[in-house]
Design a protein around this ligand. Structure first.
Ligand code: SF4
Length: 98
């Protein structure tokens, strides 16, 4: 997203970063955003699960949105049912890091 009325406005570098710490910081911004349900709904409906192109939307990175959509479709009301480990797990690209 990114209009002037959203907390993510003007934070493109943070929301589209490939750095894990940046991604977590962006998710923290989303966690306090009143538009999150609508934003996540749109992101799930539109799709776009490419890490570079789509960034953090609705509090999830593209990989997480793909996983969420496979589990629950576009029903954002089920976001609280996600296992805690899903919400906190590091991205796959870091799992093999030394
Ligand atoms: S949920 Fe996140 S990406 Fe969506 S509008 Fe809010 S801050 Fe921006």
């Amino acid at each position: 997203m990114g209009s002037t009325s959203t907390p993510c406005a003007g934070q493109t570098a943070l929301f589209y970063s490939l750095d894990w710490d940046d991604q977590q910081a962006a998710k923290e911004v989303c966690a306090g955003c009143l538009l999150r349900p609508r934003c996540l709904q749109r992101a799930l409906e539109v799709g776009g699960f490419d890490r570079w192109a789509d960034g953090i939307q609705g509090g999830f990175d593209p990989e997480e949105r793909g996983f969420y959509r496979r589990l629950y479709g576009t029903d954002v009301q089920r976001v609280r049912e996600l296992p805690a480990r899903f919400r906190t797990r590091p991205p796959a690209s870091r799992s093999g890091a030394a």
